[in-house]
Design a protein around this ligand. Structure first.
Ligand code: ADP
Ligand code: MG
Length: 455
């Protein structure tokens, strides 16, 4: 899009916003927070794409879409269908034009200033990832190369990569840092392989640009797809490591379970340090909430027990934890309760079940929860391995299955690598004994049960 077009869109959108403002559809606080940051992104045929900053903004506008359409038609002189998209999704929606620019702007500072180490709450679930990230900044390429940070979505991996970028900018301003999504590497290389990219860069040029970096931060490696470019990437990767460039990779799944990536690349990734981020335990979840509240400068008070409530309810995903806070403050703007107390919060979230209810439990769910707690894969817990961590995890999973599902040992055996029912029975007995004798073991069981919502 050229700058003339951009200006035209901006003027049109200002006119629409002016009409919305005049219509007094929203009060000032809502208008400033949720309406003003919207933009007209593009007009395609009779569809106008509007970007909105977040889901709250999305639902507010969707609630009055007819009025918005009218205002838009008045300002534009034509009727359009309005389509809302989150700012953050725009990049994903329009990969080609965004990416074409990238080969020339690989080293651009694209770090979110709010995602810093200071703003990252450290707890048991992420301590290792946090420490390893800082160590990489200070001893690049020396140990832990590559550093692989893995764990479920919404648990702070991207935050850590941005924190690394921000930290380096401040403490090692001379270092050259590339932050890139894995699929963008592929697109860059493929574009250059076809002919040259729009800037006339050949594959060799792009490789040379990558080789200039001191730090390569690759986000979401699980999205890297099988393609002819993997050979080039493999060579580039080896060269970067050989020259002690620090590589830090994030993944939503355990690296050994990556699909679409050649095994030789996976085994290279596995050769460095792997650290897992898990769901925050209660105290960390609560501290994260406090941190996020601090950053918001809200005038309305929120009672401490509300934080307990949402920390318990949403701690499996920090993004949800944050989302719940947005929702709570949003409802508070609308309903002005004076103070956000437990009954207000309970009413806001009344539609969402607080815990996983018993009937939703399954052997699979229990296994997944235990794996997550111990940082194991499904195949590890089902394997014949007798390492202490794996067999303890297996004992716990078997114990919880038996205690809460009351299914026969034979059936549990099927789900744990086709084990014999007597082996499963003895696993169950071992767990019972250890719960009685080993307080740490007992705590682990209790925490897992709490995560499953059955305590
Ligand atoms: P991921 O990349 O693992 O899917 P993100 O890094 O995007 O997750 O995190 C989702 C949201 O949760 C972000 O807003 C991030 O700031 C926040 N978050 C996650 N973990 C923490 C933490 N330990 N402290 C503070 N904020 C966190
Ligand atoms: Mg991420």
């Amino acid at each position: 899009m050229n700058s003339n077009e951009e200006k035209k869109y901006q003027e049109l959108w200002n006119a629409v916003l002016e009409k919305i403002k005049e219509s007094k559809l929203y009060d000032d606080a809502i208008y400033t927070t949720y309406i003003e940051p919207t933009k007209l992104f593009r007009i395609n045929g009779n569809v106008a794409l509007i970007t909105v900053p977040n889901n709250v903004s999305n639902s507010i506008i969707s609630g009055n879409l007819d009025q918005w359409k009218q205002c838009f038609a008045q300002a534009a002189g034509n009727e359009y269908t309005l389509q809302l998209i989150l700012h953050k999704d725009v990049e994903k929606m329009m990969p080609a034009p965004m990416l074409k620019k990238q080969s020339d702007s690989l080293f651009e500072d694209r770090f979110n200033k709010l995602y810093t180490f200071d703003n990252f709450v450290v707890g048991k679930s992420n301590r290792e990832a946090y420490a390893a990230s800082i160590a990489c900044c200070n001893y690049p390429g020396q140990f832990n190369n590559p550093l692989m940070i893995y764990g479920n979505s919404g648990l702070g991996k991207t935050h850590l990569l941005h924190a690394i970028g921000n930290y380096l900018k401040e403490n090692r301003p001379e270092s050259k840092v590339i932050y890139i999504y894995s699929e963008d590497i592929v697109t860059l290389l493929i574009e250059a392989m076809k002919n040259k990219d729009v800037h006339g860069n050949s594959v060799e040029d792009i490789k040379a640009r990558f080789m200039e970096c001191d730090f390569l931060l690759i986000d979401d490696i699980q999205r890297m797809k099988q393609s002819a470019s993997q050979e080039i990437f493999f060579n580039l990767y080896n060269k970067l490591i050989a020259e002690n460039k620090q590589i830090i990779i994030t993944s939503d799944i355990h690296p050994s379970e990556l699909k679409g990536i050649e095994n030789r690349l996976i085994s290279r990734f596995l050769s460095g340090l792997k650290v897992r981020v898990g769901s925050p335990e209660f105290e960390t979840a609560k501290a994260i909430l406090k941190k996020k509240i601090e950053g918001r400068n809200e005038s309305i008070m929120i009672e401490d027990e509300v934080l307990d409530f949402i920390a318990t309810k949403f701690s499996s995903d920090v993004r949800k934890l944050e989302g719940s806070l947005n929702e709570l403050f949003f409802k508070a703007i609308l309903e002005n309760p004076g103070i956000i107390d437990l009954s207000f919060a309970q009413a806001v979230f009344s539609d969402e079940p607080i815990i996983v209810v018993e009937e939703d439990l399954s052997i699979g769910k229990i296994k997944a929860c235990v794996c997550e707690y111990y940082g194991l894969t499904k195949s590890q817990i089902e394997s014949k391995s007798r390492t202490k961590q794996i067999s303890n995890a297996r004992h716990i999973a078997v114990y919880i299955c038996r205690k809460h599902l009351q299914v026969p040992f034979v059936k549990i055996g099927f789900s744990f690598g086709n084990r014999d029912h007597s082996t499963i029975m003895s696993s169950y007995e071992k767990a019972k004994k250890m719960i009685a004798q080993d307080p740490l073991f007992k705590t682990a069981v209790e925490q897992i049960e709490a995560k499953l919502g059955i305590r």
